[in-house]
Design a protein around this ligand. Structure first.
Ligand SMILES: [Fe+2]
Ligand SMILES: [Fe+2]
Length: 290
């Protein structure tokens, strides 16, 4: 899958160099997988499995998130002057739309009622892309752990785990692309504009952290209801699955899975550090039984 296997020590690339830009575009386009959500063979589920699947409260939120992300990403391709990197962003937009289509196909196959969200139009191409990208860095990191938990516990039908495996790996590619794109983008700006770009990124990250802290504080409490109740659901969905897991174990799983998924790609690409760094810091503070 990778252009250069991750286990081969390779020279580091200068961020913003022609090589970095080429690798950014090529890695993303070369690792794209073909599949058509509408042609997916959905496994037959037992009554208990079906009831558990239907009782999960986050399907609407998942479809809405993919809808916002896909429209934001597709529009953000216009930001990019380089044809190869632009093509990669367009491809990501298509993949996000495919995630929404896969969820729609699943919910219609298993008769789970959801409403199709209205088409989302981003207000600012760059700010919205940064917001969606940093949001994915958090959501996907927690989704990796949640997915491993679902796989290990058997609480989620194993046949569906197989269907969603490529989606998880696509999310790993997305955040790997995003963290490299942010650095690449900054390097292309005139030096006077770089501090403001950094500041905007820091502000967006702060907003994302605050939102996750708010969600984390509701963990273990009765499920909230109403619009936005399942925001950041990848952080809390293990409770909906009925998995008994400590925060410590969940974070450990997220970190291991993050590393495993990233190891598939070219070692010269920068790795996400922010969210794994926060997770490691929290792990040091939280006792292992919590
Ligand atoms: Fe997605
Ligand atoms: Fe994504």
């Amino acid at each position: 899958m990778s252009v250069v296997p991750a286990n081969i020590e390779s020279e580091s690339l200068e961020v913003g160099s022609i090589e970095h830009r080429r690798l950014l575009g090529r890695f993303f386009l070369d690792t794209h997988l073909e599949y058509v959500p509408e042609q997916m063979q959905w496994p037959a589920l037992g009554e208990e499995e079906l009831a558990r699947l239907r009782s999960l409260p986050f399907w609407q939120e998942a479809v809405s998130t993919e809808n916002v992300t896909s429209n934001t990403v597709a529009a953000a391709a216009a930001l990019e002057p380089d044809p190869l990197v632009r093509k990669a962003i367009e491809m990501q937009g298509l993949e996000e739309m495919r995630h929404a289509r896969l969820l729609v196909a699943l919910t219609s196959h298993y008769r789970i009622a959801i409403e199709s969200p209205p088409r989302f139009t981003p207000r600012s191409l760059e700010s919205d892309f940064l917001f969606a990208g940093f949001g994915e860095c958090f959501d996907s990191f927690f989704a990796f752990g949640l997915f491993a938990l679902a796989r290990e516990s058997g609480l989620f039908p194993p046949a569906l785990v197989t269907v969603f495996e490529p989606v998880m790996q696509e999310e790993a590619r997305h955040i790997l692309f995003f963290v490299n794109w942010v650095k690449y983008r900054r390097s292309q700006l005139p030096w006077r504009r770089r501090p403001l770009f950094r500041l905007r990124c820091a502000w967006i990250v702060l907003k994302q952290v605050a939102s996750r802290v708010k969600t984390a504080r509701t963990m273990g409490q009765p499920q909230p209801v109403g619009p936005g109740a399942h925001e950041n659901f990848t952080l809390t969905a293990h409770q909906d699955l009925g998995a008994r897991v400590t925060l410590h174990r969940l974070l450990e799983l997220c970190l291991t899975e993050n590393e495993r998924r990233m190891a598939e790609y070219d070692a010269r690409l920068l790795r996400p550090r922010l969210v794994p760094g926060i997770a490691r810091a929290v792990l040091r503070l939280v006792p292992s039984g919590m």
